[in-house]
Design a protein around this ligand. Structure first.
Ligand code: NI
Length: 144
């Protein structure tokens, strides 16, 4: 179990009301967990802004009839074979495909992959979800 530091903080009444509303809506188990989530989200945001080792999921939606698009998408992905860990392709209907790539590498490199795929003519929607290797979120055990 990680050592816990107890802190107290002051918060304007209206912010405190909002905090409790968000907790009641189920955004976190309690006030403390809500604040922890915010801090962790900030840590991940900083990892991305400092171009650190990161994890990202890229979702692409496209019509596979678009001229040469599947081959061009595959070509780009092969150029990043060291970053792309997995690729899941689902045929949504007769025309549309969704592809989900899980990638790990320098944050800037992951953004580059997403931008290049997004920029392909025929890709109708592309989304990069910026996540983390979790290294900086681990609960350290100071007893070892
Ligand atoms: Ni398909």
């Amino acid at each position: 179990m990680a050592l816990a530091e107890r802190i107290s903080m002051s918060l304007e009444k209206d912010l405190c009301v909002k905090l409790d509303q968000m907790v009641r809506k189920g955004k976190a188990a309690n006030r403390s967990e809500f604040i922890r989530d915010l801090i962790r989200a900030q840590i991940v945001e900083e990892e991305w802004s400092r171009d650190e080792d990161a994890v990202g999921a890229i979702t692409l939606v496209y019509d596979h009839h678009a001229n040469g698009l599947p081959a061009r998408l595959t070509e780009i992905q092969h150029g990043y074979h060291q970053e792309i860990l997995s690729s899941t392709h689902v045929h949504l209907d007769h025309d549309m495909c969704v592809e989900m790539l899980l990638a790990r590498g320098r944050a800037g490199r992951l953004k580059e992959i997403a931008d290049r795929l997004k920029g392909m003519k025929g890709v109708l929607h592309a989304q990069l979800s910026m996540s983390t290797t979790g290294k900086q979120l681990k609960k350290h055990n100071h007893n070892h």
